[in-house]
Design a protein around this ligand. Sequence first.
Ligand code: ADP
Ligand code: MG
Length: 249
Amino acid sequence: MLHLDGVSRHFGGLPALDRVSFAIPPGQVTALIGPNGAGKSTLINCITGVDTPTAGTVVFQGRPITGLPAHRISRLGIARTFQNLRLFPRISVLENVLCGLTREGGQSMLMAMLRLPYLRHRERLLKLRAMEALDRFHLSDKASWPAAILAYGDKKRVELARATVGNPHLLLLDEPVAGLNGEETAAVGEQLHRLRAAGHTILLVEHDMDLVMRLADRVVVLDSGRCIAVGTPDEVRSNPLVLEAYLGQ
Ligand code: ADP
Ligand code: MG
């Protein structure tokens, strides 16, 4: 699905990513773990066009996407959540989720202006899909609320609804359960299990090792911008380099 080859990102002289190479196979959950500052979010940014690698290539479904702008990459079917939430605070929860349907014309100005019967019909269908996505995360009763007034845990789940509503080919999740309480974590975990069972391809950045070990088919470990291990959860758990990276924090 996705190939990273020698991806580096330097900030000033400092390498946040240093020649990272690995592949994300289709239909699997690949977990990306590593201590704080390892470069996990930077890597997601470099895949999604939020940031541009200083060197190396990103190939998605056989097509080089390195350096493409974020909106073009999103249209190819790569969706993400942000570690630090990025919802539009003033518009409704439902409208935030509709933004995840840009590939299907969910945000088209023309559609909004013309309001032709066919387009109104499409708009209704898109709203229905957005409502279904909210329902999956138990948020449909808050669909009309401005996003700004939601509690933190709800905002995290709106991000997930927005990222998943368009059935992306590749879903990149940056710490989806960070800051959630036990109940919320369990609910999100259950949704992620469902996505996995439905054959979605996911890159999961997460510190919650229980979740990682239960969900991931493969684990990639970053430390100081370098990929230090790739393997099954069991292989990675017993890898001395990985233990050292975590204990040395
Ligand atoms: P992680 O997500 O694994 O915790 P990050 O990708 O956020 O790590 O950060 C990796 C390194 O890159 C850190 O040292 C961080 O300070 C640095 N970094 C990230 N973004 C920027 C930026 N925009 N400018 C300068 N340094 C950055
Ligand atoms: Mg991060």
